[in-house]
Design a protein around this ligand. Structure first.
Ligand SMILES: [Zn+2]
Length: 309
């Protein structure tokens, strides 16, 4: 059982890549037309297809596959999935599109950044150009029955990141724009690997707050129904991490030192520290998150006063 009904016409599928549950989600929005949000990686395409079957959505009924950005865990399986969905078009940011048409460079970078976790997710699959619709800010995708998906430009985690706003029920599919959500603990964690951009992330979060959503649907992982509270908590967490990591950099701390400071300051992270430590994917992610902040502060002038290099 991979699928779960969230509300009328909206389903979540736990993609369960390489046996990791509650890690990567796809969402299926069904009105007169059907949209899938996030293909997930290659490793879980079969699970997504099983989920569709459980929901009772025929492969030929799917009209759109929308991806928040072209990272392996969100869009790596798009090319493989589309081979099963004869009538679906891929919605992707114009800057992401070339990398999914020809993912050679993207895959090389992914392997370099993620190592064995990249292999676990599986190689990024190419999508034929003619199946792509480039999705730009404020574009509306009409699914009929009053259901529309509005595209929101939400850079920061990636320069080409999108969120998808479902206005009728005030829900936003955030991709990685609003951090990740450890739903079993009700705890947020940043997702800030290089080339993370702090200012852009905060601007994107302001845009999401302006939409006054009630629900957030995280790709990692699950739905929340206190959207404003979560978005504000995400902003506060990013600010806390910024101060703490800058403090650590000032004192020439290594990862262990900085992470120790984060656990001292961020009570919610402390609560999940054991879980994260033991989790192969999250443990790797947290290291890259801290590194993403460090590289951001090194690159941009306002951090230089603090940084001894
Ligand atoms: Zn992700």
């Amino acid at each position: 059982m991979y699928s779960e009904r969230l509300s009328k016409g909206l389903y979540m599928i736990d993609l369960n890549p390489a046996g990791f549950d509650s890690l990567v989600a796809s969402y299926v929005l069904r009105a007169s037309k059907v949209a899938i949000i996030e293909s997930g990686p290659l490793a879980s395409v079969e699970n997504l297809l099983t989920g569709l079957e459980e929901i009772g959505v025929g492969n030929e009924e799917v009209n759109y596959l929308a991806v928040s950005h072209v990272h392996v865990d969100h869009a790596g399986g798009a090319g493989a999935l589309l081979r099963h969905l004869p009538n679906a078009k891929l919605l992707v940011h114009p800057r992401g599109a070339p990398h999914i048409v020809n993912p050679r460079k993207l895959w090389a970078q992914t392997k370099q950044a993620l190592g064995r976790i990249a292999e676990m997710y599986g190689e990024v699959q190419p999508v034929p150009e003619e199946r792509i619709i480039t999705a730009t800010n404020e574009m509306n995708i009409d699914l009929g029955e009053g259901v529309e998906l509005e595209v929101l430009d939400t850079p920061g985690h990636a320069s080409h990141a999108l969120s998808f706003h479902e206005k009728a029920t005030k829900g936003i599919f955030t991709g990685d724009a609003a951090g990740i959500y450890l739903n079993e603990f009700d705890v947020l964690m940043p997702t800030t690997p290089a080339p993370f951009h702090l200012e852009k992330t905060l601007t994107s979060l302001r845009l999401l707050l302006k939409m006054a959503p009630q629900k957030l649907y995280y790709s990692h992982f699950g739905a929340t129904y206190d959207a404003i509270k979560k978005l504000r908590a995400c902003v506060a967490q990013l600010k806390l991490w910024s101060e703490t990591i800058l403090g650590g950099m000032r004192d020439n701390e290594d990862f262990a030192g900085i992470y120790g400071r984060l656990l001292e300051k961020d009570v919610s992270m402390k609560q999940v520290a054991d879980f994260v430590d033991k989790h192969v994917v999250l443990n790797d992610m947290i290291r890259r998150d801290v590194q993403g902040f460090i590289e951001y502060f090194k690159r941009y002038a306002f951090g230089n006063q603090y940084v001894r290099t």
